[in-house]
Design a protein around this ligand. Structure first.
Ligand code: ATP
Length: 304
């Protein structure tokens, strides 16, 4: 088990992590979500020993990570870490050697990953000559080449075209199928929903939701209502008791109802504002779950 346990971190007065904890089982893929600046990169950097936590620790197989264990982790930093002038093949082999593979094995593993990630034609080119997406593939090859026991990837999908996304997704699923716990951060929630066994949502320094997407959905079941009203007045539902407008677009509105809300009152309000063409409970998408989880509670909710 890969365990992030009670991580606290402040930068001066800025409390970034306030007891962050989650676990990732071997073979499972964990999507680490949160708004910009929520603290995902900080959490991953703590795991990799690049930043020291004020409190808490990260464990793999019941032992706190040390520099020895970290060599067995494949890590893709957000700031990326390639040598621009080095050739693709040499670069990947270099990372393999850094993680302990001997010369010939490193070269063989490099060839294999360069091929698998669709970079064979660019093997002899300097990294700086590659497009952003291809540089990303090299970075991924660098993370995978040493056959890591654990993968920690900071926004590995950002900047990739759909083909790049598919080949990266396939490579990660393959790692997970081989028993590697995979943690990756992403703002592409559709992708997280498609790939991950479990997700964690970080907000204001805490994990505000963790579980499988289905578990999170069940927790929210019966709370999201989609109402479509032709020619609705803007913000028609904003003042209703216990109702939060999740999204509103040209009369197509998704509302989150708290226990205090009355769905019949919502229907009556919808009928007052226009012709109701759709009124039904709906399964939240991960985007809606995310919006609900990171929303700052209202004063009413805090007092309740
Ligand atoms: N070395 C540092 N010194 C001071 N503040 C820092 C440092 N590193 C991060 N922070 C602050 O910590 C907070 C969390 O940043 P972090 O990069 O971990 O967020 P993130 O969730 O990865 O965001 P994003 O999705 O935008 O990449 C931010 O307010 C950031 O300004």
């Amino acid at each position: 088990m890969l365990e992030f346990d009670g991580l606290h971190k402040s930068f001066g007065d800025n409390r970034v992590l306030d007891g962050v904890g989650f676990t990732v089982a071997p073979g499972s893929m964990f999507g680490f979500c949160g708004s910009n600046g929520a603290g995902k990169t900080t959490t991953m950097r703590i795991a990799m020993g690049l930043i020291r936590a004020d409190a808490g620790e990260v464990r793999w197989q019941d032992r706190a990570l040390d520099q020895g264990t970290r060599r067995r982790i494949g890590y893709m930093p957000e700031e990326r870490g390639l040598y621009p002038k080095m050739k693709v093949g040499e670069q990947v082999a270099y990372f393999a050697r850094l993680h302990g593979l001997a010369g010939a094995a490193a070269a063989k593993a490099s060839d294999e990953w360069v091929e698998r990630l669709g970079l064979a034609a660019r093997r002899g080119d300097a990294v700086e000559k590659l497009s952003l997406g291809n540089q990303q593939r090299v970075q991924l090859a660098a993370a995978l080449v040493s056959r890591p026991e654990v993968l920690i990837l900071d926004e590995p999908f950002s900047g990739l075209d759909p083909i790049g996304v598919d080949s990266l997704a396939e490579a990660l699923l393959d790692q997970a199928r081989n028993g590697v716990p995979v943690v990756f951060s992403s703002h592409q929630l559709d992708l997280v929903e498609r790939l991950c066994d479990s997700v964690g949502i970080l907000a204001r320094g805490r994990m505000v939701a963790t579980g499988t997407v289905d578990e999170l959905r069940r927790r929210e079941a019966g709370r999201l209502l989609r109402v479509v009203v032709s020619e609705a007045a803007p913000r028609w539902a904003a003042e209703l008791t216990g109702v939060r407008v999740v999204s509103e677009q040209a009369g197509d509105t998704v509302l989150e109802l708290s226990d205090a809300a009355d769905d019949q009152e919502v229907l009556a309000a919808a009928l007052r504002t226009g012709r109701v063409t759709h009124f039904a409970w709906q399964q939240p998408t991960l985007v809606e779950l995310f919006r609900g989880a990171v929303a700052v509670p209202t004063l009413e909710e805090v007092a309740a």
